[in-house]
Design a protein around this ligand. Structure first.
Ligand code: B12
Ligand code: SF4
Length: 479
């Protein structure tokens, strides 16, 4: 039984550790932390992406771009690097790989809180199988709660690397070739004993190139009709500061762009016909969007694109989006967030309702699929949900609507108005996805709050509403 050892180790950890986010004592976690010492100059580095978020794979499965960038940085630093994407492979393959290849360092990506239970289980099992390996986690969401992650891991995770991974991973691997004590000087490195200097930002996006060659199943990535699809980054960060959003808190409100030459050079190397543009707000700078588009047209690159943007950016830069429509823009995701002025003000969206509606009209005039996002306040009652639902079904005739529920998370600034809500205590790092298909619109719905579930079920159909952290969790022990 190849995974017997793992199964035993995992059931032992399960007895002591509930997978729910229950705070364990800092001291006991410290006692369990193994002093791993890795001094090889060239290390074996394994990058791991978690499984698909529950039900998301009905509509998309995306290339693990952030992890590819981390892997590329480790490879550039001279290490031997592999990447496994559990969106495309079962856990069994992960365990087989670590037992055969025996990596020195295993780095898990946790961009979403919903990934936490699965990754902590995997980290515990990995610790049992490879006690000498150094285990770290990094990514968007965990960057806001490193100490909590370390406490919950109770010794299974050696450090959390906060912030952008490219610079942090090189520093970590360098430190590991020296001594464990030097970890405290690594920017962005957090252990139970210390917090290193603040994480460093990548100086120029032009210096980055994701290790796309390391993923094994490129044909499995898609979004909607864009199948297969690759992901690409043209810019990073956002200059706005909406209260519910963590883009600006993560990137420190700085905004960087890839030069059009470099971006188009990278795009030209991608084989997939579909492209997911991961930028938080696409084409904030009209000139940049225009130059990019013109360079793509000059090179004769023909693809179909998905992007996300804001209503006011769309209206300000109409000609840019018209050009991108001609280049193959297929789907646009518009962050409308509220359907009333008061909501927009509360969310600090810094746009008026009429501008948002005008933008929606313009987006639809481009004859592309248009998706909208709405932020739902946990304080909403049944009536309020019904009004918004009806509005979405009426307007979302060419795409779909997503709902995010404001929740009490360390990464966002919405605590001020959720903390008084009797419902906030029900918040949990899980998603509720409910889908409803009808003749004119698809309303997909995700949220992070248990409290709204009954209302969502009623409004969107109880048969499709469900709550679960991750499609592959809990992990099965007898693999
Ligand atoms: C693609 C995407 C998704 C995909 C994810 C698919 C997948 N395979 O994971 C889907 C559509 C499913 C998705 C869902 C959601 N998303 Co989303 N998503 C994005 C998006 C547009 C791009 C991600 C990306 O590729 N970024 C570019 C790469 C380079 O950055 P990165 O992945 O963050 O990686 C860097 C660091 O995080 C770090 N890093 C990452 N992994 C690792 C690992 C290690 C070891 C280390 C050291 C570092 C590290 O280093 C990387 C390089 O710098 C981002 C916006 C953005 N620009 O980031 C939003 C974003 C991350 N999503 C966001 C939100 C709000 C959501 C949803 C809540 C929305 C919803 N409708 O439900 C859900 C959450 C689902 C859930 N259940 O928790 C927010 C914030 C998320 C947060 N944690 O607070 C963002 C920032 C968009 C925004 N402006 O609001 N999303
Ligand atoms: S919601 Fe959009 S515009 Fe607002 S801060 Fe986040 S990325 Fe920027």
């Amino acid at each position: 039984m190849p995974f017997k050892k793992y199964a035993r180790a995992l059931s032992a950890t399960r007895k002591n550790n509930s997978c729910s986010l229950i705070t364990s004592k800092k001291s006991s976690a410290r006692e369990q932390t193994k002093e791993t010492s890795i001094c090889a100059e060239k290390m074996k580095f394994l990058a791991v992406h978690p499984s698909c978020l529950m039900y998301s794979k009905i509509y998309l499965r995306l290339e693990p771009l952030g992890l590819e960038l981390v892997a590329a940085a480790a490879r550039r630093a001279g290490h031997s690097v592999r990447l496994i994407d559990l969106q495309c492979e079962p856990h069994q393959n992960f365990f087989r790989l670590i037992q055969r290849w025996r990596p020195d360092v295993i780095a898990f990506s946790i961009n979403y809180l919903a990934n936490v239970p699965e990754i902590l289980d995997l980290a515990r099992a990995t610790r049992a199988l490879l006690p000498e390996a150094f285990i770290c986690v990094g990514g968007h969401s965990v960057s806001f709660i490193p100490e909590e992650i370390l406490r919950h891991a109770a010794g299974a995770v050696d450090c959390v690397l906060i912030g952008e991974g490219e610079t942090a991973i090189a520093g970590l691997l360098e430190a590991l070739t020296q001594s464990r004590a030097s970890l405290k000087n690594v920017p962005g490195c957090v252990t139970l004993d210390h917090r290193g200097p603040p994480p460093a930002f990548v100086h120029s996006l032009d210096d980055l190139l994701p290790a796309r060659d390391l993923v094994q199943h490129r044909q499995k990535y898609f979004i909607g009709q864009l199948d297969p699809a690759a992901s690409i980054e043209f810019s990073r960060g956002c200059p706005w500061d909406c209260v519910f959003c963590s883009a600006w808190t993560f990137y420190g409100r700085n905004y960087r762009v890839k030069t059009p030459e470099r971006a188009v050079w990278e795009l030209a190397q991608i084989r997939e016909p579909g492209i997911f543009i991961v930028d938080d707000v696409a084409f904030i700078q009209a000139e940049h969007g225009m130059q990019l588009g013109e360079a793509i047209a000059r090179r004769g690159i023909r693809k179909r694109y998905y992007l996300e943007t804001r209503g006011d950016v769309l209206l300000r830069n109409k000609e840019v989006f018209q050009l991108w429509k001609r280049l193959g823009l297929n789907t646009m995701f518009l962050g409308l967030e509220a359907i009333d002025e008061e909501g927009l003000k509360r969310y600090r969206k810094r746009v008026t309702l009429s501008k948002n509606f005008e933008a929606l009209e313009f987006a639809r005039s481009l004859d592309i699929s248009v998706a909208v996002n709405i932020i739902a306040d946990p304080a909403w009652d049944r009536e309020r949900f019904k009004v918004v639902r009806d509005w979405c079904l009426e307007i979302a005739t060419t795409g779909y609507s997503t709902f995010n529920t404001l929740c009490y998370q360390p990464s966002c600034h919405c605590r001020n108005f959720t903390k008084n809500s009797s419902r906030h205590s029900a918040c949990f790092p899980a998603s509720i996805w409910a889908g409803r298909r009808c003749a004119i619109a698809r309303v997909s719905l995700s949220a992070s709050c248990f409290a709204v579930r009954p209302i969502l079920s009623e409004c969107f159909g109880s048969s499709t509403a469900c709550i679960t952290p991750n499609s592959n969790w809990p992990i099965t022990v007898n693999q």
